[in-house]
Design a protein around this ligand. Structure first.
Ligand code: CO
Length: 135
């Protein structure tokens, strides 16, 4: 496989409204409305940059993975990075063959942008949670 562009960097925040205001008002960035994604346990604000995106993530609901992250990192922090790939099944099969662990059931699901995504285990990638998105 060969990774493509950086699609986005996701930052978990304790207060999405404050984070959205900061990116809009202090950085002058283009920010989206609040996008709730209950099945993923997050509310997202998309920040559009010239060459990539930032996704601001806030916990939504009881079993949100972001809630645990904020418990460990109360001020927020970088949650994951997302790289683009041409063919997510080929990428997955090769990474698995190389011994990398895929999170969940190992099958791609449809992410926030309507594209197929997978998450790779951070312990196999220098402590970084990596999302792959098929483009
Ligand atoms: Co993401």
């Amino acid at each position: 496989m060969k990774i493509g562009n950086l699609n986005h960097v996701a930052i978990a925040v304790p207060d999405l409204g404050a984070a959205r205001d900061l990116y809009r008002d202090q950085f002058g960035a283009e920010v989206s409305e609040f996008v709730p994604m209950p099945e993923q346990g997050v509310t997202t604000v998309f920040v559009t940059l010239g060459n990539t995106k930032i996704e601001l993530l806030e916990a939504l609901g009881e079993k949100s993975p972001i809630a645990n992250f904020i418990e460990r990192n109360p001020n927020g922090g970088i949650h994951h990075v997302c790289y683009e790939v041409d063919n997510i099944m080929d990428a997955r099969d090769q990474l698995k063959a190389d011994g990398a662990r895929i999170l969940g059931d190992g099958e791609p699901r449809v992410g926030a942008h309507g594209k197929k995504i997978l998450f790779l285990h951070p312990k196999d990638f220098y402590g970084t949670l990596i999302e792959l998105e098929e483009v």
